[in-house]
Design a protein around this ligand. Structure first.
Ligand SMILES: C[S@@+](CC[C@H](N)C(=O)[O-])C[C@H]1O[C@@H](n2cnc3c(N)ncnc32)[C@H](O)[C@@H]1O
Length: 228
């Protein structure tokens, strides 16, 4: 592993320790750390961002979107508690980086992106890099992926105003949904979600739902479509 990747992993560990009281854990699993160390983040960012790829920061990608901060990718992945037998769904493919991390931990990863150019580019990138257990779909992720459901875990990497009901329905008993939630505002006609908090929604073996709010985060908004 390069010195830059070593530094990124050390920074992630320090960030998790600093968030320990909010997270209820002071480290992420060894499997998550190994996946973070193995996936080449520089292959998921535009050429002009490659020099910054291993910084613990979100970076711009195409279509005005971002690749998330590695520390938050590690925290959200850890909270999903993925097992090697799991099938997981990600909403908000973006660059495909989070899907690549999940693909090293799960049996199968389904990921949905609403912006077609991003979905097309991520599909090609993931395939070229050999992440063969990832399926990319261009659609509205708030509706989930009914044909592939149910899922052991679902992660949303854009901020929603409320938990999308379809995602709860598509979660297996015993499954978890990790997502940022906040309030919608607009500034000069542009929507943004403020006061975002990372939530974990759990469905127990009897289908009962519980919800925990953990820590403040900052994501681009989940783009909601009017119902057809
Ligand atoms: C913070 S970026 C995600 C970063 C991504 N996980 C990665 O690893 O690069 C949020 C992404 O969610 C996408 N998005 C927003 N609303 C969506 C929706 N309703 N369905 C699917 N994707 C959506 C955005 O286009 C954007 O690419």
């Amino acid at each position: 592993m390069s010195a830059e990747r070593d530094d990124m992993i050390a920074t992630i560990r320090a960030q998790v320790r600093a968030l320990a009281s909010a997270l209820g854990r002071d480290e992420v699993s060894a499997q998550v750390i190994a996946a973070m160390a193995a996936v080449p983040r520089d292959a998921f960012v535009p050429p002009e961002q490659r020099g910054k790829a291993f910084r613990n920061a979100p970076l711009p990608i195409a279509c005005g979107q971002t690749i998330s901060q590695p520390g938050i990718v590690a925290v959200m992945t850890d909270l999903l508690e993925v097992l090697p037998s799991h099938r997981v769904l990600e909403i908000g493919t973006g660059s495909g980086y989070q899907a690549a991390i999940l693909s090293l931990l799960a049996a199968e990863v389904c990921t949905i992106e609403t912006l077609e150019p991003l979905a097309v580019a991520a599909r090609a990138r993931l395939s070229q890099l050999g992440y063969a257990n990832v399926h990319v779909r261009h659609a509205d992720g708030a509706l989930g992926w009914p044909d592939k459901a149910p899922f052991d875990g679902i992660m949303v990497t854009a901020a929603a105003r409320a938990v999308p009901p379809a995602l709860v329905e598509q979660l297996k008993p015993g499954g978890r949904l990790v997502l940022p939630l906040g309030r919608t505002k607009t500034f000069r006609g542009l929507p943004f979600i403020e006061d975002q908090v990372l939530h974990v929604v759990a469905k127990d073996a009897d289908g009962r739902i519980s919800e925990r709010s953990l820590l403040p985060v900052r994501f681009v908004p989940l783009i909601s479509r009017p119902p057809p």
